[in-house]
Ligand binder design. Structure first.
Ligand code: ZN
Length: 90
């Protein structure tokens, strides 16, 4: 079955929150997000992490990198689809 948003809930420890100015725990959740790559808006599933203390979004290096990787996969897929589309029209 498909992966649903909110299925992967995990707690990260030692995540810096600039709001609290401290290293705290953060809860993570899979959500659909939009990342801009070279002017293309890519919609993909990504991990959103939120500070357990204040609820503000935090950006742990690992999840930020993972989200970027997912966005890149989406971007490459989109480029292939566009290329296919161009071939069809010719
Ligand atoms: Zn906080």
């Amino acid at each position: 079955m498909g992966l649903l948003a909110g299925v992967f809930k995990a707690v990260l420890t030692n995540v810096y929150c600039c709001e609290c100015d401290d290293y705290l725990e953060a809860t993570t959740k899979m959500e659909v997000m939009t990342t801009k790559i070279k002017g293309c808006e890519i919609q993909h599933f990504g991990t959103v992490a939120k500070c357990k203390e204040c609820g503000k979004e935090v950006y742990p290096t690992r999840t930020t990198k993972e989200n970027m990787d997912k966005a890149m996969v989406g971007y490459e897929w989109l480029q292939k689809e566009i290329a296919k589309d161009k071939k069809k029209k010719r």
